[in-house]
Design a protein around this ligand. Structure first.
Ligand SMILES: *[C@@H]1O[C@H](CO)[C@@H](O)[C@H](O)[C@H]1NC(C)=O
Length: 134
């Protein structure tokens, strides 16, 4: 009995129609270097499934990636932003919190922290989750 329930669950996982959060639509995150003084920014973002590698961003340059939120709505990307030998860490996307907030999540990175920007609204700025000396 328990085996068949388990099989049923696995089958359901395979054929289940997408949930509203993960309705086949892709989420895109954009990160733009807005550090002062023409400084370059090294960005390294990872999820449990993907390592996006180290991206070297010149001033005002952007890096973006797209993904589908996983079935469990547990998709989480954390990034480190490096300049002047300090890693500034931040969870840039957490599906549990952000799935309803943005489909196109555009961040600008400043010294004090990243800001989520959307047209016609005030920038939504955060401070770094943690810092790490290199
Ligand atoms: C980056 O963009 C801002 C305007 O958004 C501009 O004032 C600045 O000169 C640009 N910096 C570089 C290095 O292009």
């Amino acid at each position: 009995m328990s085996v068949s329930i388990r099989n049923f669950f696995l089958l359901w996982l395979l054929v289940q129609p997408s949930t509203s959060h993960a309705s086949g639509k892709k989420t895109t995150v954009i990160v733009t270097n807005k550090l002062q003084g023409g400084r370059d920014l090294l960005v390294h973002c990872e999820s449990a499934d993907d390592d996006l590698g180290v991206q070297h961003l010149h001033p005002n340059a952007s890096f973006s990636w797209s993904f589908r939120i996983n079935f469990f709505i547990s998709t989480l990307f954390h990034c480190s932003f490096q300049w002047e030998s300090v890693l500034h860490k931040f969870v840039i996307y957490n599906a549990r919190k952000d799935a309803d907030k943005c489909v196109l999540c555009s961040w600008i990175v400043k010294e004090d922290g990243p800001c989520l920007v959307s047209p016609g609204t005030k920038d939504d700025c955060y401070s770094w989750d943690s810092l790490e000396e290199r």
